[in-house]
Ligand binder design. Structure first.
Ligand SMILES: *[C@@H]1O[C@H](CO)[C@@H](O)[C@H](O)[C@H]1NC(C)=O
Length: 341
């Protein structure tokens, strides 16, 4: 029996946590030389009140057209958006390891913001369960999420397919990422990350992979090549990560989470294989080659996908989604849980 102490704090939640998303493409970056010309590739458009059930964060591309962050942002940094579904050979090893990451939850925050996989154009919204907005608990000494947390676009953990290494099916979401760099990003930012390793969380019997990655523009990024560099340069971070995932559902009355491989973090090569297979599952999803369940596949850039829609249709979808939502906002209650060792 573990002792559970609760310390109630007054929540002083003020201000919006959301800033315009900006992904900057440095021309020639990753490939080596070239001028560092920055160009914003994506931006976000906020609708509704943050921390309310009607809040939605929609994504737009550089042409100011609505897109789905789940389906229309390319997985790989160097693939062209227009034909993201066709695989392209990367130019070198470094490029092979560069991925777009959609930041859903900024580090140190608690609101469970996530890509709404079941809604058309998949805006980010706050997770709602039993008609209540969801926040992760503070498990002492952690405050909220301990990394910038998000997902890789164009990936899907298929709930109908058993993973060979974990013997469990997928959790029906894009693959999750923990970004360990020094900067705190905003919800909806699209950043470029280097993959370093992966943890196989088993969450209520489902495989829920957690990638470990670092922002490629982090001042220390050049020191990080694989999972062992995290142990070397950020001692304690992987242990804290394991502990965090083990305990994060305990405050909701759920059991501790389990891990495949005895909680061992797998290396970059292993992680890249997992990404590849979740990308294949996503392709099958978008091309109608599998059971989609409740996932909404509406996209504007995947030519050949039966769920492709025009820009006008996308715009009217955004408008109809918004008019159908109207709920009031909830305040977050700040609680700390002391779960010990
Ligand atoms: C997604 O949402 C649109 C608009 O509500 C709907 O027409 C479509 O059938 C949904 N399903 C899929 C699989 O895209």
């Amino acid at each position: 029996m573990r002792a559970l102490l609760l310390l109630l704090l007054r929540s002083g939640r003020g201000g919006r946590a959301v800033a315009p998303a900006a992904t900057f493409l440095q021309r020639g970056a990753g490939a080596g030389a070239g001028p560092r010309r920055a160009m914003a590739l994506y931006r976000t458009e906020e609708r509704g009140q943050p921390y309310s059930q009607n809040y939605r964060l929609f994504f737009k591309n550089v042409a100011d057209h609505y897109i789905s962050p789940f389906h229309d942002i390319p997985l790989k940094v160097n693939s062209r958006e227009e034909n993201a579904i066709s695989t392209k050979k990367a130019r070198n090893e470094e490029y092979e390891n560069l991925f777009n990451m959609i930041v859903e939850v900024p580090r140190w925050t608690n609101a469970k913001m996530e890509i709404a996989t079941e809604e058309p154009l998949n805006p980010i919204k706050q997770y709602v369960k039993d008609d209540k907005l969801r926040y992760v608990a503070n498990i002492f000494p952690y405050k909220g999420y301990i990394w910038n947390y998000g997902a890789l676009p164009q990936t899907w953990e298929d709930p109908n397919q058993k993973d060979k290494s974990t013997d469990c099916c997928g959790d029906n979401d894009p693959i999750d990422v923990c970004e360990i760099g020094s900067k705190v990003f905003s919800c909806g930012e699209v950043i470029r990350v280097k993959i370093l390793g992966i943890l196989a969380l088993i969450d209520e019997g489902e495989t829920d992979w957690k990638l470990i990655a670092i922002n490629v523009n982090d001042p220390e990024a050049s020191k990080f090549h694989d999972i062992d560099d995290v142990k070397k340069f950020k001692p304690g971070y992987l242990e804290a990560t394991l502990n965090w995932f083990r305990l994060y559902k305990v405050p909701e009355g759920k059991p501790e989470n389990q891990f495949a491989f005895n909680g061992e973090f797998k290396n970059k090569a292993f992680a890249l294989e997992v990404i590849k297979s979740t990308h294949e599952c996503w392709k099958a999803l978008l091309m109608k080659n599998c059971n989609r369940g409740t996932i909404n596949c509406t996209n504007v850039q995947i030519c050949g996908s039966p769920f492709h829609c025009t820009q006008e249709e996308a715009r009217s979808l955004v408008e109809s989604v918004l008019s159908s939502l109207n709920k009031e906002s909830n305040e977050e209650e700040q609680v700390w849980h002391f779960l010990g060792k």
